[in-house]
Ligand binder design. Sequence first.
Ligand code: MG
Length: 300
Amino acid sequence: MPDFEIIEPQFRSFVLKNAPLKRLATGFDWAEGPVWFGDAGCLLFSDIPGNRIMRWIPEAGLSVYRQPSNYANGHTRDLQGRLISCEHGTRRVTRTEADGAITVLADGIEGKRFNSPNDVVVKSDGTIWFTDPHYGIRSNYEGYKAEQELPCRVYRIDPDTGGVAVVAEDFDCPNGLAFSPDESRIYIAESGHAFDVKADKRIRVFDVDADNTLGTGRDFHKVAPGHCDGMRCDIKGNIWTSAADGVHCLNPEGVLLGKIFVPETVSNLCFGGRAKHILYITATTSLYAIVLNREGAQMP
Ligand code: MG
């Protein structure tokens, strides 16, 4: 069986017939939050229940980057290239400085603690956008079981003032998020209450206004099988999303163009490699990679 399925003809030029999906490493409990560090030549990703952040160096293999990780989940980088992390265990968003020191960017609002920050992106103006569903406090598996103090919202941090603003709050558990390459839009996954198997799971899209508020949202796409946990855009604005059977590629109109099959349920993905042409995929117990004829759009 090939590692991909072409649904719309244009997807044929996105994949390479001879480039296999490779399982790079395995043995994790729930791999998540991949982020590429081109300057350091490595990929970081979370093993959330394992309470650790792993480091994959293509030439040298796997090592532990940080343990304990406070049950870290999603990661990204800021405009200075520093690691920005969502932590379930401490219910906060942090920045790792160049010297390794950890700075808390935000851990609550309105005098209450966040639920369990899940995934995070940085806009080109430096603002940090993250989702705060309750998955990390519903049990002791991916954090510490606790009472929910705040609704499941999307937030924005201003790194200059440290201020935290509510971006969206009509969500049944927001999850992965990604800006379109021109940042005129933001895609936000809605993955549903932790114990509601019938939750209405979908990707929603919002216009981003000049003052960083969101316009009226609309349904963008329903991933099937499974749902979107994490996603990234390529430089042409196509959206690559996690799914139960692999990675799905959507065009900016929300049309499914094709799939890359992965033998485990995918949680998240990111582009990496010297030309951001390698898709790194975290999928349940393993880390996978496949070379594409595409380039990722994420910064830096
Ligand atoms: Mg997630």
